[in-house]
Design a protein around this ligand. Structure first.
Ligand SMILES: *[C@@H]1O[C@H](CO)[C@@H](O)[C@H](O)[C@H]1NC(C)=O
Ligand SMILES: CC(=O)N[C@H]1CO[C@H](CO)[C@@H](O)[C@@H]1O
Ligand SMILES: [Ca+2]
Ligand SMILES: [Ca+2]
Length: 591
């Protein structure tokens, strides 16, 4: 008895000591988080008008918790004429009526706090709507508002003295000249996106302060941070530093209406942008110091080379954004990428990231074709496995957890301005509608998204196969079960704190995570177009013997819970996750 008691005491002392070290470098909540992007218009409609809304989101927060989401970022919900579906904001501090009210917003935050989901808002700082009060006043040259936007007389038209020409050759992201003539002010204004999205002028201290007030407004209503839209476009070369010079032509893109026709040396990635992000982080830090609570975060949209985008993390003296989005898995990976290609795409981030920072992995959003279209249907589960098992933060766009497919839409059904600005022959090249169709909840009418007669975009035809209800209820495997098992696994210290190694072996991609004295987790993916047998000890002799299969891609016939073995046969595009613990990791199903 005595000895037993002593042993227990000794054990608990050892436990306390052993726990101390990891606690010291305890991570912030967001560093091990699963983020989920909601496109509010298409997530859940609560009142049958065919348009998703805040009350719809509130009613589904428990679903997000259930599938292991930590925080959700919402595409814009603010007052907007909807020329770019909410990315054209006419009031930064109110809710678009079709989405709800500030009272609904407060109710959503309250519910989110109860459920344990953090809410992150989209902050769209580059431009406002041309219907924003600031723009109307600026166009009227009201005092204090004159220079909140970019105004310029333009150039003489040598052919017609009554006409003016735009100040420069700058092209809008959505095609055509980025300058629009205002009859009222008799000047041009600059718009990087639609002409209904005039760019805000960050060289105006008034504007800078107004936008910081917007951040404070939402922080005080309880948001956990912001995802910042179109950061590359924030600053452009200033009038003071030499007017608005023409950008050089890119010979690879002959279509002179296309954004890619120019090399954007004056309108994106200007040095001042970095400091503005630091200033916004300061607003968040000040708020946290005043109100307490968990760290508030900034996630930013950037597409630049690491030398530039790494600066967003901050420098030796100043904090920046915690999460500059990593789109490498979107830009460098496709259906045909081989195992080495995956290694290179991951390296491109891991090797460039400043030390001590947290990586993040994005495979889709409301601007890109859906995951099964870009990576191939059979690789869908592998992509979810990859972002969950790589070190750092995972980011999921709504529908990726159920393997939603792009929905092909006719020219008549197309509403995205990026497509409508083109024509019926080429619109599919530009349209972002196929990835924005209503979320598929169940087998009922409108996939359970809405009880209305119609929905703002048609519901995908495959909704009876890919929906939450069907994929939860099946006794077999499903995309959703795979997703949930993976988010469960992310509680494992090996994934949160462990080491990592990824490599290609006979065109099989292998990712190993492990923690000393703890588990090893293995992801194996066959990138070959035929089956292959891999000898694991040959691939990496440190892989433990007792690995068991925890997750498999949908078409795999391997049995969850069975031993992985030292010689693993994989079909083309088959992906398997194995764990060294003999623990039941599959939450439901036939096991
Ligand atoms: C970090 O950035 C701040 C703000 O832009 C700047 O004032 C400071 O000089 C920078 N520090 C270093 C060490 O580069
Ligand atoms: C990924 C993303 O958020 N893209 C947005 C970038 O900004 C433009 C203009 O605000 C939007 O149209 C895109 O949807
Ligand atoms: Ca609605
Ligand atoms: Ca801008």
């Amino acid at each position: 008895m005595h000895i037993k008691g002593f042993a227990l005491l000794a054990l608990s002392v050892a436990f306390v000591l052993a726990c101390k070290a990891p606690e010291e470098n305890k991570k912030q909540w967001w560093e091990t988080a699963q983020f989920y992007q909601i496109y509010p218009r298409s997530f859940k409609d609560s009142n049958g008008d065919g348009i998703g809304d805040l009350n719809g989101i509130t009613s589904k927060l428990e679903y997000l918790k259930e599938i292991g989401v930590t925080a959700t970022w919402l595409s814009p919900i603010f007052t907007s004429p909807m020329a770019d579906f909410g990315y054209d904001i006419s009031n930064f501090v109110d809710i678009q009526p079709e989405y709800g009210t500030l009272t609904d917003f407060d109710a959503m935050i309250k519910k989110a706090n109860e459920v344990g989901i953090k809410i992150i808002l989209d902050f769209v700082p580059n431009h406002s709507s041309d219907e924003h009060e600031w723009f109307i006043r600026s166009e009227n040259r009201e005092k204090g508002y004159e220079d909140l936007y970019f105004w310029d007389d333009g150039k003489d038209d040598p052919k017609d003295p009554t006409k003016r020409l735009p100040p420069s050759n700058w092209i809008s992201v959505f095609r055509g000249s980025a300058w629009k003539w205002s009859e009222k002010r008799k000047q041009f204004y600059y718009h990087a996106f639609l002409d209904k999205q005039p760019d805000l002028n960050y060289r105006s201290p008034t504007l800078v302060q107004l936008m910081k007030n917007v951040l404070k407004f939402w922080l005080e209503r309880g948001v956990a941070g912001f995802r910042i839209d179109a950061v590359p476009n924030l600053f452009e070369i200033s009038k003071q530093s030499g007017g608005y010079p023409d950008e050089p032509v890119n010979p690879n893109e002959p279509d002179d209406q296309n954004y890619d026709h120019l090399r954007h040396i004056y309108v994106i990635d200007q040095p001042e942008t970095i400091d503005m992000v630091y200033q916004w982080r300061k607003v968040l830090i000040d708020h946290q110091n005043a109100y307490g609570g968990d760290e508030r975060i900034l996630m930013i949209e950037t597409y630049s080379e690491p030398a530039y985008s790494n600066q967003f993390y901050g420098n030796k003296t100043t904090e920046g954004a915690q999460i500059p989005f990593n789109f490498n898995l979107i830009s460098r990976v496709n259906k045909n990428t081989n195992a080495e290609g995956f290694v290179e795409a991951i390296d491109a981030w891991m090797k460039a990231m400043p030390s001590g920072k947290t990586a993040n992995w994005v495979i889709g959003n409301h601007d890109n074709k859906r995951v099964p279209t870009r990576y191939g249907i059979k690789r869908t589960d592998f992509m979810n496995m990859l972002i969950m098992i790589l070190p750092g933060v995972s980011v999921t766009y709504q529908g990726e957890e159920i393997g939603m497919l792009d929905v092909e839409l006719s020219w008549e059904d197309t509403v995205d301005p990026a497509a409508c600005n083109s024509n019926s022959d080429i619109y599919e090249q530009f349209s972002r509608d196929p990835c924005r169709t209503p979320f598929q909840w169940d087998n009922t009418k409108n996939a359970g998204f809405s009880t209305g007669a119609t929905t703002w975009l048609p519901v995908g035809e495959t909704y009876t196969t890919y929906n939450v209800a069907v994929e939860s209820a099946t006794t077999g495997n499903s995309h959703l079960k795979i997703f949930k098992t993976l988010t469960d696994m992310r509680e494992n210290k090996a994934l949160q704190y462990g080491g990592y190694r990824y490599f290609s072996y006979n065109n099989v991609f292998i990712l190993k995570r492990w923690i000393d004295g703890g588990d090893t987790i293995l992801l194996i993916f066959n990138a070959n177009s035929q089956s292959i047998t891999v000898n694991l000890k040959d691939a990496d002799e440190s892989i433990p013997d007792n690995m068991r299969i925890s997750v498999v891609s949908l078409e795999s016939i391997k049995v969850i819970g069975s031993a992985l073995g030292s010689s693993v046969q994989l079909a083309a595009d088959e992906a398997v996750v194995a764990t060294s613990v003999e623990r039941k990791l599959f939450r439901y199903g036939s096991l």
